[in-house]
Design a protein around this ligand. Structure first.
Ligand code: GDP
Ligand code: IMO
Ligand code: MG
Length: 420
């Protein structure tokens, strides 16, 4: 068997959580492969609206096994909150949530370092979610990190103290005030909770499952344009959000990857700083934000909004080898007289049709207009019934990107999904 991958093709928040929840019954296992509590994946069904941060989006399907892979970074405090919130909804995960021993731990001092680093950057800050993601991945690649598998070893507390003291020394240079006491207390409670879960070697478990014919879906976090290598650096996250990240973040060889499902919004959004060529800082942008309820699921920050960016989408499709597309939030475009799509950029007066290295230079979008539609599409459940204008928009995107759109999401609810 091969493992399918689902990932975001834009700057995150494409609706990955919703779509994983929709697809989960087709799979035996859902596995997160990178990122951490910077993610906020929203699921809606039966009057429940729930946001997941570290835990895979298969948890509301009782038959799903959920795995937190080695590529993820985990904050025991946030993990504990997530587990508690799920228990309130009568979802007990002690039996069907497994965590890789190789998963790195976000220490309380990593969060402080994140905040200190952002504060020191001033106007040039990344707009991090301040969850300690960057500093934790830095310690991982710097070979200083603590991993989930370490928590059961007798020397764990010493290792923790050693790394925390190192961070405290670093923080002196930032001249940054902080108090770890309260967070630290909860952090160690979270460590005790982690011990109740099955800690696994995800590479062995996942490859064995594939041999046994189990169906696995790898769930990405963030989006391709936030990838540490290919995103709009330095305004990116600190992991590989692209498909290659599923190989390194779970321990699966490239030739074991099957379908690659790329998700994109019918327009674009971004939270945090950094370039956004199609951004609309006008009434149209405000309408998108209002109609799309574009507020960050993790930070509550308003999301910046703009038109669909085709060169960026094509770039993401290329980097990930996307085999099928899912478009979300098509309903949010309802009521616009015209809908626009960026087909090219102008860089220093020259027209280009690809995402360049110079993403941080002013890129002027060249826009193509489409006729909008007025009818409410959120209750439509077959492709045929969609307005002709939306079908034209979808066909245009498919022709340009050369990958079929197989799923059209027309609302936040599990049921508001059209399978084509
Ligand atoms: P994720 O990080 O990719 O899982 O996405 P988020 O949960 O951060 O953001 C997506 C938001 O859009 C959430 O509030 C979803 O409930 C909502 N959403 C997902 N799909 C649709 C859709 O097709 N239409 C509308 N209107 N909302 C959607
Ligand atoms: P999901 O999985 C949207 C953004 C932050 C910031 C940059 C770096 O819900 O799609 P970090 O905390 O990683 O150091 O922040 O990346 N960012 C996200 N934006 N969705 C996310 O996750 C994000 N995770 C990080 O806003 O600009
Ligand atoms: Mg999100």
């Amino acid at each position: 068997m091969k493992l399918d991958v689902l990932l975001g093709l834009q700057w995150g928040d494409e609706g990955k959580g919703k779509i994983v929840d929709v697809l989960a019954p087709k799979y035996n296992v859902i596995a997160r492969f990178q990122g951490g509590p910077n993610a906020g994946h929203t699921l809606e069904f039966n009057n429940i609206k729930h946001v997941l941060h570290t835990i895979p989006s298969g948890v509301f399907r009782p038959d799903s096994i959920n795995i937190i892979g080695n590529g993820v970074v985990i904050d025991p405090v946030i993990f504990m909150q997530e587990i508690d919130e799920l228990l309130e909804l009568k979802v007990d995960l002690t039996k069907n949530l497994f965590i890789s021993k190789r998963t790195h731990l976000i220490l309380p001092s990593h969060r402080i370092l994140d905040a200190a680093s952002e504060a020191a950057k001033g106007k040039t800050k990344i707009g991090s979610t301040l969850k300690g993601i960057g500093p934790t991945y830095m310690d991982k690649t710097g070979r200083n990190g603590l991993r989930v598998g370490d928590i059961i070893n007798p020397g764990f507390k010493e290792k923790y103290d050693f790394l925390t003291n190192k961070h405290k020394d670093l923080l002196k240079q930032y001249n940054f005030d902080f108090d770890l006491t309260e967070y630290e207390e909860n952090w160690f409670k979270g460590i005790e909770l982690l011990k109740k879960f099955k800690l696994i070697e995800s590479e062995h478990v996942i490859n064995k499952y594939l041999e046994e014919g189990k169906l696995i879906l790898a769930e990405g976090a963030q989006g391709t344009l936030l990838d540490i290598d290919f995103g709009s650096y330095p305004f990116v996250t600190s992991s590989n959000t692209t498909c290659a990240g599923a190989c390194t973040g779970l321990g699966v060889a490239p030739n074991k990857i099957g379908n690659i499902i790329g998700i994109f919004k019918a327009y674009c959004t971004r939270v945090g700083s950094g370039p956004f060529p199609t951004e609309l800082e006008n009434e149209e942008g405000e309408t998108l934000r209002k109609q799309g309820h574009e507020v960050g699921a993790t930070t509550g920050r308003p999301r910046r909004c703009g038109w669909l960016d085709l060169p960026a989408l094509k770039y993401a499709v290329m980097l990930n080898g996307v085999t099928e597309l899912t478009i979300t939030k098509a309903d949010v475009l309802t009521g616009f007289e015209t809908i626009k799509v960026c087909t090219h950029y102008k860089l220093k007066g020259e027209e280009i049709n690809y995402m360049p290295f110079e993403i941080n230079e002013p890129l002027e979008p060249v826009l193509k207009e489409f006729k909008g539609w007025k009818e409410d599409i959120s209750k439509i459940n077959s492709y045929e019934e969609l307005p002709i204008e939306l079908k034209d928009y979808l066909k245009y995107i498919e022709n340009e990107v050369k990958v079929p759109i197989k799923v059209i999401s027309v609302g936040p609810n599990r049921s508001e999904t059209i399978l084509k």
